[in-house]
Design a protein around this ligand. Structure first.
Ligand code: ZN
Length: 327
């Protein structure tokens, strides 16, 4: 499936297909459906008619997850990085002759999660590609990739659609949702339509409400921070708490500036802005090696602090001491 906001890249790809290189890096924000683009691209290569016909044996094998010449590499569940063993196994398979006589396709999802030796192993393979082998690398964090990888791949860049385009697409995808919910879904998911769609379909707005109720309980002392954090950690995607906090502070700042009659001191607004930064950095720590429970708890305490005091927030996430403190 090619989403409308990827139509230009799809066209570009179809032109490339007659003189295919051996490694492509697809850089896209998360939640806009880059995974479906890879599916489509791969099917078009493995299809016996190169036409994603959906009827040939190549298409059939691919669509039923059984194609012997397609390899998908990603961080294994319960692991933090892609290991050198995973790369070695991939290289070994790529060196075998193609089972179906055509291309072999390796999709490396999140190459920024390769550890150092895995990087080196992949680099070596990219330098000496075997014949009729195609590497597709997809990343949401192109800035974290070393220049050595970037220089060996041709790049395709993807962007999230405009708010209007995202909203009208989402409206069709989730006809049961009202306008307010659509807007909220897009906002909390950074304008990414596929993530917003999942957020609605999985009923995560209930989770959002639960989070709002938790703030009140936290502030009134009805529940302690560790109690609430323990609950959030059981969510399918606990890192969404960071986004909720982030957009809470965005709304707070906006209200202070644009709501007539509302009076907030500059100190308070500054603190909300500091807290906004803290949310982004906390999410970064979360995605790194920090202890997840401590990161969430620390952010909650900072939130409580700016509720209770207008003294400048000194966020633990602003400096590199965070590594020592939260690891
Ligand atoms: Zn086909």
């Amino acid at each position: 499936m090619i989403y409308p906001w990827m139509a230009a890249q799809w066209q570009q790809w179809q032109q490339l297909q007659s003189r295919l290189g051996h490694a492509y890096l697809l850089s896209a924000p998360s939640g806009i459906g880059i995974e479906s683009f890879v599916q489509q691209v791969t099917q078009s290569i493995l299809c016996n008619t190169n036409n994603t016909c959906g009827e040939c044996s190549g298409c059939h094998l691919f669509l039923t997850d059984q194609h012997p010449d397609f390899f998908h590499l990603q961080v294994l569940e319960d692991k933090k990085e892609i290991s050198v063993d995973q790369i070695r196994e991939l290289v070994y398979k790529l060196n075998e002759t193609s089972h179906q006589g055509g291309y072999k396709v390796a999709w490396v999802e999140g190459p920024e999660y390769l550890n150092q030796s895995a990087f080196n192993a992949l680099l070596k393979t990219l330098e000496e590609p075997s014949e009729k082998t195609l590497f597709i690398l997809t990343t949401h964090q192109v800035g974290r990739l070393p220049a050595t990888i970037l220089s060996r791949c041709q790049k395709l860049m993807f962007a999230a659609p405009s708010i209007d385009e995202a909203q009208s697409w989402l409206h069709q995808a989730c006809p049961q949702a009202d306008e307010a919910l659509l807007k909220r879904a897009l906002r909390l998911n950074w304008g990414a339509p596929i993530a917003a769609q999942q957020w609605i379909e999985q009923g995560l707005f209930e989770q959002d409400n639960e989070w709002k109720a938790a703030l009140k309980q936290m502030q009134s002392g009805q529940k302690t921070v560790p109690q609430l954090v323990e609950k959030w950690l059981k969510w399918a995607q606990p890192e969404q708490v960071f986004d909720y906090f982030y957009f809470w502070s965005v709304s707070a700042v906006r209200a202070a500036y644009y709501k007539p009659g509302a009076e907030y001191s500059d100190d308070q607004i500054q603190n909300w802005l500091r807290f906004q930064q803290a949310c982004l950095q906390a999410k970064n720590s979360w995605q790194g090696n920090a202890n997840k429970q401590l990161v969430l708890e620390a952010l909650c305490f900072e939130w409580l602090q700016i509720q209770q005091s207008q003294a400048p927030l000194e966020s633990v996430f602003q400096t590199n001491i965070v590594k020592g403190k939260l690891a």
